[in-house]
Design a binder for this molecule. Structure first.
Ligand code: AHR
Length: 502
């Protein structure tokens, strides 16, 4: 089977916002406690943060991390996490039926983010609370001093403001599971008023309003139309969330699911355009896809805690999906979709980062390790920055119940400004046949293969574990550039990254 096409340096989709490769840490399960924070761990730094985890976050070059939730934020008092640790209250977290010690709050998380070389994207509670706690939190975090909240921050040990730029106005407010769920009208109003107050403090912050928590929601996509009607000129992004599963055990359908993601993005891009026209606005609003991942392996195991049969445990093992090789291909396809839609999706957050549906796992007191999906995520983050290119590619495909002509090869291409490298991220969805990729390279000058990495030949159900990262990239073979054409044989069910340099 052959896939033939052209990559042209002038066919630019968009300059990718590096925040497309962000992630997410929620007070949920072991994400924070025994995830990023474990004061007794042999690698713990002076703040009790696991250095081995920080090293892996740095390895993946994570540009921004959303915090502190997620569903958790909708009943969270951020003030519980400031001041002397021993005086902080233990609270019952209603979202995840757990106890929250508040040993980690904004100061500890900010120190961790700095150590991990990443920016913070903070969420305010518009579930159980509202405008007042949001404006106080913003003042605490971003005001230099001379006011009640900023001076309290200084008293608590942080002299300089953190100057956090991105703020989420609540989380999944359309969901019946959310503490303080709202109708689109109720949410649109409170989001507008909160945005107004936050902007009165600082016009340069970027605000994210909640879109649908899934395209399966009965209120989708009218939710977005209503919420944007209230907020369009006051916000910068609308958030979307989507999780993927293979409960049905059908690999062909599973690997075609990014067609649904494409529809979701295109639909909300349409709602944005419609609202902009309706309001005669000059302003552009973009999508912050601030939760996405594969999530299904752990659903059964989580039931006991979530139904409350375990009481109120502190940092229980929750949402600990162990990812397999099939999920590598899925994550590769999703990232390709984001790259191809980087004209409208500016921010993305792989949900989540550590232990909770995460690329990084930890053993309490023991090692941190890379899940199978760590690799396509880290490669996209490291090598997928620059200009996304619109490829023309003719590739045979297949159809599913929900998508027609899904090409066997899913490909994205990025030209990096810093070093001029041209990177192709490729997934072959075909279950038995290799695809010969033949791409004419136009407008790039002389090119040769400078890096070729492949993940192939594994059992689809194969997983990694602590001390056994067997599902990992190795060097690919046979890719070449001859007479201005890239040729590479892409193995069935494989993930491949090919980088071309001068
Ligand atoms: O990421 C796990 C959960 O999924 C988040 O808390 C919530 O926002 C979403 O439903």
């Amino acid at each position: 089977m052959r896939a033939v096409g052209t990559a042209h340096s002038g066919y630019v989709i968009s300059t990718i916002d590096p925040r497309l490769y962000g992630s997410f840490v929620e007070h949920l399960g072991r994400a924070v406690y025994t995830g990023i924070y474990e004061p007794d761990h042999p690698t713990a730094d002076e703040n009790g943060m696991r250095r081995d985890v920080i090293d892996l976050v740095r390895e993946a070059d994570v540009p921004i991390v959303r915090y502190p939730g997620g569903n958790f934020v909708s009943a969270y008092n951020w003030e519980d996490g400031i001041g002397p640790r021993e005086e902080r209250p233990v609270r019952l977290d209603l979202a995840w039926h757990s106890s929250e010690s508040n040993h980690v709050g904004i100061h500890e998380f900010a120190d961790w983010a700095e150590a991990a070389g990443t920016d913070m994207m903070l969420a305010v509670n518009l579930g159980s609370r509202g405008l007042d706690s949001a404006r106080a939190f913003l003042e605490y975090v971003n005001h230099p001093g001379g006011s009640y909240w900023s001076d309290l921050r200084r008293k608590n040990g942080r002299e300089e403001p953190w100057n956090v730029k991105m703020w989420c106005l609540g989380n999944e407010m359309d969901g019946p599971w959310q503490i303080g769920q709202k109708t689109a009208e109720e949410y649109g109003r409170i989001a507008f008023e909160t945005a107004k107050a936050m902007r009165a403090f600082d016009t340069s912050i970027e605000l994210v309003v909640c879109g649908s928590s899934s395209p399966k929601m009965p209120t989708y996509p009218a939710w977005e139309a209503t919420v944007l009607d209230y907020t369009y000129d006051s916000i910068d992004y609308i958030s979307l969330h989507m999780y993927f599963d293979n409960h049905a055990g059908n690999t062909a359908d599973y690997l075609a699911q990014n067609a649904r993601l494409d529809d979701y993005i295109a639909t909300i891009a349409g709602v944005i355009t419609y609202t902009k026209a309706k309001k005669r606005s000059k302003k552009d609003v973009y999508i912050s896809f601030d939760e996405w991942n594969v999530w299904y392996h752990s659903r059964e195991a989580d039931r006991k805690v979530l139904e409350g049969n375990d009481g109120w445990p502190h940092a229980p093992a929750l949402l600990e999906d162990i990812y397999n090789f099939e999920d590598v291909l899925q994550v590769g396809c999703i990232l390709n979709t984001f790259i191809r839609r980087s004209d409208v999706v500016k921010v993305g957050c792989l949900a989540q980062l550590v232990n909770v549906i995460a690329p990084i796992m930890t053993v309490p007191g023991g090692p941190a390790w890379r899940q199978t999906t760590f690799f396509p995520y880290a490669y996209a983050s490291k090598y997928g920055r620059g200009k996304a290119l619109n490829l023309s590619l003719d590739c045979p495909g297949y159809s599913t119940d929900f998508a027609a002509n899904v090409p066997y090869l899913d490909v994205s291409a990025v030209e990096t400004e810093a070093d001029g490298a041209l990177t192709f991220f490729i997934v072959n969805r075909h279950q038995s046949e290799a695809v010969d990729l033949d791409l004419a390279l136009e407008g790039f000058g002389e090119r040769k293969v400078i890096m070729d990495k492949v993940m192939e030949g594994h059992d689809l159900r194969a997983v990694n574990g602590p001390g056994a990262e067997t599902i990992a990239p190795r060097d690919g073979a046979g890719a070449s550039v001859v007479d201005g054409r890239l040729a590479a044989g892409i193995a069935p069910l494989s993930y491949r990254m090919i980088r071309l340099g001068a």
